[in-house]
Design a protein. Structure first.
Length: 476
C-alpha cells in the first residue's frame, strides 16, 4: 500500500513541477523571475522548515521535555522580525542571486567564498541527515525487501533532482506549497486518529492537553538546565537569524517575491504560521504519550510516533507517510536549488542568471550526487550516535556565518579586510567553541545549548578584528 502512495505522490509532484517549470531560464531557476506570490512562499517555507526529522522528533520530545520547545518557537518569531527588517533590505539592494555576495563589500572575495563554503557544508550535511532519517523511517514502514535501502534512498534523491532541475525556485515555491498543505492535513488526520482511539472529541482533546502537566511551556526554575526559558527564547531568536537570515536556501525564496514589501510580509506570516504548526506536533506527541501511558511507553524519542503509526492501521500509515514525504521533500528540494545557486555564483564566480541551462543542469546533478553520497555514508555508519554528532556539527558550523555577517553590518563604513586568514579564523571558531562548552560542563556542570551559536559567532567576529589589526600593523 505504501509503495502505491509513494508512486502517486511522485507523479503528483512531477505534474505540478512540469506545469510551473516550463521555462528553463536562469531567471526562473534562481529567483522565479521575481514573480512568486508572497503567500505561496510563506506557506511553502513552513514545509521546508519542518523536515521529516521534525515530524518524528518534535512529538517524541514531549515525554521528556513537555512543551518547552515552544519557548524556542516564540523566540523564532523575534528572529523573523529581525530578518525581515534588517537583513532582507540588504539582500534586495545587493541585486545578487546569492546572499553571500554581500560579504564581498567588507571581507572581499575570501570572505564571500568562506561564507559560501560554510553554507554549502552546512546545507549538504543537514539536507542529507534530514532526508536519510525520513527515508529510513519510510523504508522501514513500507517493508520493501526487494529493494535495498541505499537504492531506495538514491531513487528518492534523484526524483527530487528531476522535478527541480528545470524550474528551480519557481517549481519549488508551488510544490512546497502543495507539500505543506499535505503535511498539515496528514498531521490533522493523525491527531483525529489519536483522539478517536481515546474516545475523545475535539473539545475533550483540547481539555486533556491543556490540563496535562506535559503541556507546560514555560520553565524559569533551573537557569543551568537546557529547558530554561531565557536560554530557549534568546537562542531561538538567534537560531532564526542564522539558519534563516544567513541561509541561502531560505532567503532565495524570499528574493523571488515581487518586492521587498511582499518579502517582508512573507517572512512575518511564515513566523506566525510556525507557532500553530509546532503546537499541533507537540499535541500529537502528548496524545500518543497519554494513550500508551507515560510510564509504559513502548518506544521513546524518535521511535515513538512511528511505533504508534505501525500499530494503528493502514489509514494512519498512509497519513503519516504522506506527511513524512511532504516534509522531507520540501526540505531537500529547496536545499539542492540553493546549493546549486551558491556554488555557481560564489565558488565558480559565474553570473548565475547567464549560465547556460546545460551547465546549470550539470551542477545541479552534481549537488544531487553529493547528497546521495552523504546519505550512503550515513547508512554505512548507521547509528543514532553518528546522526547526533552530525547534527551538533551542523549547529557549530552556522556560528562563523553569524560572526562574518555581524562584522559586515558593524564595519560597513570603516573599511574592509580581504585576507585568506579570514577562513582560518572561521575554522578555528567552532573548535574553540567546542572546547569552551566542554570546559564549562566539566567545571560547573553548565550544559550549553544553542547559545553555542552566539559564542561561535563572537569568536569569529573577534578573529576577523584580529586579522584586520594584523594587516593594519603590517602596512604601517
Amino acid at each position: 500500500m505504501l509503495v502505491v502512495v509513494l508512486i502517486l505522490y511522485f507523479c503528483m509532484l512531477a505534474y505540478v513541477s512540469r506545469r510551473t517549470g516550463r521555462n528553463d531560464s536562469g531567471a526562473d531557476f534562481f529567483l522565479g523571475n521575481r514573480h512568486s506570490p508572497w503567500w505561496a512562499v510563506s506557506i511553502g517555507m513552513v514545509g521546508a522548515s519542518v523536515s521529516g526529522v521534525s515530524f518524528v522528533s518534535v512529538p517524541g520530545w514531549v515525554p521528556s521535555s513537555s512543551f518547552s520547545y515552544m519557548q524556542m518557537v516564540l523566540g523564532f518569531l523575534v528572529g523573523y522580525v529581525v530578518v525581515a527588517c534588517l537583513l532582507l533590505p540588504i539582500y534586495y539592494n545587493s541585486g545578487s542571486v546569492s546572499i553571500y555576495a554581500t560579504l564581498s563589500s567588507c571581507l572581499g572575495v575570501s570572505g564571500r567564498k568562506t561564507g559560501a563554503c560554510f553554507f554549502l557544508l552546512n546545507k549538504l550535511m543537514g539536507a542529507a541527515v534530514k532526508f536519510y532519517v525520513a527515508a529510513f523511517v519510510l523504508y522501514s514502514l513500507a517493508d520493501v525487501n526487494l529493494v535495498p535501502f541505499p537504492m531506495f534512498a538514491l531513487l528518492c534523491v534523484m526524483f527530487v533532482y528531476f522535478y527541480t532541475y528545470r524550474g528551480g525556485i519557481k517549481s519549488i515555491v508551488w510544490t512546497d506549497l502543495l507539500q505543506t498543505v499535505l503535511m498539515v492535513v496528514s498531521l490533522s488526520l493523525l491527531l483525529h486518529k489519536a483522539l478517536s482511539l481515546m474516545d475523545l472529541d475535539l473539545c475533550g482533546g483540547i481539555r486533556l492537553i491543556s490540563e496535562s502537566e506535559m503541556s507546560r511551556i514555560f520553565f524559569f526554575e533551573d537557569w543551568g538546565g537546557r529547558t530554561y526559558f531565557w536560554k530557549h527564547f534568546i537562542s531561538g531568536a538567534f537560531v532564526v537569524v542564522v539558519m534563516t537570515g544567513l541561509d541561502q536556501d531560505m532567503i532565495q525564496k524570499n528574493l523571488s517575491c515581487r518586492s521587498l514589501r511582499e518579502a517582508r510580509r512573507n517572512m512575518l506570516s511564515y513566523g506566525v504560521l510556525f507557532i500553530p504548526v509546532n503546537l499541533l506536533f507537540l499535541s500529537l506527541g502528548l496524545l500518543v504519550t497519554v494513550y500508551y501511558g507515560a510510564d509504559a511507553l513502548p518506544a521513546t524519542g524518535d521511535a515513538l510516533l512511528p511505533y504508534f503509526v505501525k500499530e494503528s492501521g493502514t489509514a494512519v500509515l498512509v497519513c503519516f507517510s504522506v506527511g513524512m514525504l511532504a516534509s522531507s521533500f520540501s526540505s531537500v528540494d529547496s536545499a539542492m536549488a540553493a546549493m546549486t545557486t551558491s556554488f555557481l555564483s560564489d565558488i565558480l564566480d559565474r553570473d548565475a542568471e547567464l549560465v547556460s541551462s546545460r551547465f546549470r543542469h550539470r551542477v545541479h546533478l552534481g549537488v544531487a550526487v553529493a547528497v546521495c553520497c552523504v546519505v550512503m555514508l550515513l547508512d554505512f555508519v548507521r547509528s543514532d550516535h553518528a546522526i547526533d554528532v552530525i547534527y551538533q556539527l551542523v549547529s557549530y558550523l552556522y556560528g562563523p556565518l553569524l560572526g562574518m555577517f555581524a562584522y559586515c553590518l558593524s564595519h560597513k563604513r570603516k573599511g574592509g579586510v580581504d585576507s585568506p586568514w579570514i577562513a582560518v579564523a572561521a575554522i578555528i571558531s567552532p573548535l574553540l567553541s567546542f572546547l569552551t562548552a566542554k570546559m564549562l560542563h566539566a567545571s560547573c556542570g553548565y550544559d550549553m545549548g544553542y547559545e553555542l551559536l552566539l559564542l561561535n559567532g563572537l569568536i569569529t567576529y573577534v578573529g576577523i578584528l584580529g586579522v584586520r589589526l594584523i594587516i593594519s600593523v603590517g602596512k604601517s
